[in-house]
Design a protein around this ligand. Structure first.
Ligand SMILES: *Cc1c(COP(=O)(O)O)cnc(C)c1O
Length: 395
């Protein structure tokens, strides 16, 4: 990566002239904060005392035995406060907002998980919070809308375009242009214009740092493969960060294959997309022949980001990481397997990563170790799983 946030041909900052200055201000403030021991200490204290870190590593004994190959182990981000990895990032950005003297947080959200994580830290820091959400998503994600309201956030339903995540991103950027003097824009994944991809990676890299040390302590060795689901790519880049300089560790990102890549109904931006500009950065994205952003589909709403973080595009091009799709049926089967073999109800997003481990384990030797990032818990997904099973039994 160079100083302007380019990863090969990806990343950078493709925004309206009026946002160049607030992004510069953000980058300077962040790079200064990152070097400040008191900023780092406060971040680490909150991760420990509020989020409940460190999160453990759990070996899937029964599941691994049933598959008869590699050992599968989970990095348990599902045990964090609020039930997923997203809060690692929102805490970091809220600390930075306070340091910069900003008085208001805004965010965009699709499935509502990032909205909830932002509303959570807004309450913790006593800052007002507004969340932009496509009107269609407001309907589809009613429980998370209730959670955000409970936590004191204001929801702005966006009716423009297809009334989904990409429209909410545009509206949030518009709000930020107008109010950047007093407002901090909290982006929820390792994407968007520079410096967001780098900043979000830094905040999420606690996942990989802990996991590397824990693997050495617990197994006396590094994993053979580190596997994570990829929406925008924040839990994956956080895990990968811990193993980037360990060439023996294969890095595997799992995209949402939805109803299959050939169906066109998926969210696999690297597998099925082309380079373009989204959310203020160059990225691989799902688009029509004439460059319109396509709405994504997945059984798991949290993987529905139509682009992907620029560093993942670059890791794909250089071959340091590989990216594969898992479709709805495989993800739901993995969801069931983790419930029944291990007593863990995973998020549907994370179930995609579990599914890829299940696919790889049987053909690997018994002493191989697959480390999966269990990015979140599945309590939120009961209704989606029930609906998926009903629809697919009636076929
Ligand atoms: C939002 C979410 C994801 C996808 O986001 P990334 O930025 O790709 O990590 C994955 N898992 C869970 C549980 C989520 O809530």
């Amino acid at each position: 990566m160079n100083r302007n946030g380019h990863y090969g041909p990806y990343g950078g900052s493709y925004v309206a002239e009026t946002l160049a200055q607030p992004l510069d201000e953000l980058a300077s403030a962040y790079f200064e904060a990152r070097e400040d021991p008191s900023f780092r200490r406060e971040f680490e204290e909150l991760l420990r005392d509020y989020v409940g870190r460190e999160s453990p590593i759990t070996v899937c004994r029964r599941l691994s035995a049933a598959l008869g190959g590699a050992t599968i182990a989970l990095k348990r981000e599902d045990l964090n406060h609020t039930g997923a990895h997203k809060v690692n990032n929102t805490i970091g950005q809220a600390l930075l907002a306070r340091r910069m003297g900003k008085k208001r947080l805004i965010a965009e959200t699709g499935a509502g998980m990032h909205g909830v994580a932002t509303a959570t830290v807004a309450a913790l820091f006593g800052l007002p919070c507004e969340v932009y959400m496509g009107a269609l998503d407001v309907e589809r994600q009613a429980p998370n809308v209730e959670r955000m309201k409970m936590l004191g956030a204001k929801i702005n339903a966006v009716t423009e375009g297809s009334a989904t995540l990409k429209d909410a991103m545009n509206e949030a950027l518009r709000d930020w242009v107008t109010n950047c003097d007093d407002t901090f824009y909290v982006i929820g994944t390792a994407a968007g214009p520079h410096p967001y991809p780098e900043m979000v990676k830094d905040f999420q890299s606690v996942i990989g740092r802990e996991a590397r040390r824990q693997c050495l302590e617990k197994f006396g060795r590094l994993p053979d493969q580190a596997i994570a689901c990829v929406g925008g790519g924040s839990n994956a880049i956080g895990l990968f960060a811990g193993f980037m300089d360990d060439p023996s560790v294969r890095l595997v990102g799992v995209e949402a294959g939805g109803r299959g890549i050939a169906s066109g109904e998926h969210a696999a931006s690297i597998t099925g997309g082309r380079i373009g500009v989204l959310h203020g950065a160059k990225t691989m994205l799902l688009q029509t022949a004439d460059g319109n952003v396509i709405d994504t589909y997945s059984v798991s709403a949290g993987l529905d980001y139509p682009g992907v973080g620029p560093e993942h595009c670059h890791l794909h091009d250089t071959g340091r990481a590989e990216y594969v799709p898992i479709d709805d049926a495989e993800a739901v089967a993995a969801f069931d397997a983790l419930c029944r073999y291990e007593g863990i109800i995973p998020a549907l997003e994370s179930s995609h990563a579990v599914a890829e481990a299940i696919r790889r384990a049987p053909s690997l030797p018994k002493d191989a170790l697959l480390l999966v990032c269990l990015s979140g818990r599945g309590d939120k997904d009961m209704e989606s799983v029930r609906r998926y099973k009903n629809e697919n039994e009636n076929r």
